[in-house]
Write a protein that binds this ligand. Structure first.
Ligand code: HEC
Length: 207
């Protein structure tokens, strides 16, 4: 059948009618969205990592700040500056003092279990201190947060977090490859080394 010229006009008319409410909707929706934006000055978050807020009230794992033994320190020869620099890059815990804290959820696994399975929600915070004193300047916080199964199965679902000592500025968080690869060495204890518990306490754990 041959197309009548007026059918095109009718079609165009119908299309316009259909389009009007759509365009109107878009415009009204858009303007509504704009009018609902209230110019309130949102205060900057007080802390970088909310999950660890107030962590110093948690269970303190080692009583006294411990020197973090560098693998290089155990060698007979003094390390070269290049080796120190390389290690500082590879191992963020090198050459500092540390104190560790664990939250209530992770406390039993951390302190009592020989082969711990940390429950979801467990958080371990490790402070790096410049001096062997609890009042010393905290230069960095490294943390592990146990997430839901499936978060990162290859690394036992730990999220790794690094922020400044005052918990004001986040350096990195997430499935941090560098952290997870090394912590995998502690596979018999759910990727947590627990060096801070001390050999004696570790040996006394029974089940
Ligand atoms: C080269 C290996 C290595 C890397 C890389 C590493 N760690 Fe560790 N981490 C350790 C060792 C060993 C311990 C236990 C002894 C100690 O505290 O020094 C530890 C301890 C910890 C602890 C206390 C809980 C525990 O396992 O005993 C936290 C929290 C932690 N690391 C977070 C991190 C974060 C976050 C990163 C990445 C930025 C990271 N680690 C990278 C080796 C590593």
């Amino acid at each position: 059948m041959k197309r009548q010229p007026q059918s095109g006009v009718i079609l165009a008319g119908v299309c316009t009618m259909l389009a009007i409410p759509f365009v109107y909707h878009r415009v009204s929706h858009h303007s509504a969205a704009v009018t609902h934006v209230t110019p309130v000055s949102v205060p900057a978050p007080a802390v970088a990592v909310v999950e660890i807020e107030g962590y110093r009230a948690w269970k303190q794992i080692n009583d006294k700040p411990e020197y973090i033994m560098s693998k290089l320190d155990m060698l007979c020869v003094g390390p070269t500056p290049e080796q120190i620099a390389a290690e500082a890059k590879a191992n963020p815990h090198a050459r500092h003092y540390m104190v560790c804290y664990v939250n209530k959820i992770g406390e039993h696994a951390m302190m009592q279990e020989k082969h711990p399975h940390f429950p979801v929600g467990s958080i371990i915070v490790k402070e790096k201190l410049d001096e062997p004193s609890l009042t010393a300047h905290i230069s960095l916080l490294t943390c592990m947060i146990k997430r839901n199964p499936g978060f990162d199965g290859a690394h036992n679902d730990w999220e790794y977090v690094v922020c400044d000592g005052g918990n004001k500025k986040l350096a990195a968080r997430g499935k941090l490859e560098n952290c997870g690869t090394c912590h995998k060495e502690a596979r018999n204890s759910d990727f947590v080394f627990r060096g801070e518990l001390g050999q004696k306490r570790l040996a006394s754990l029974v089940n």
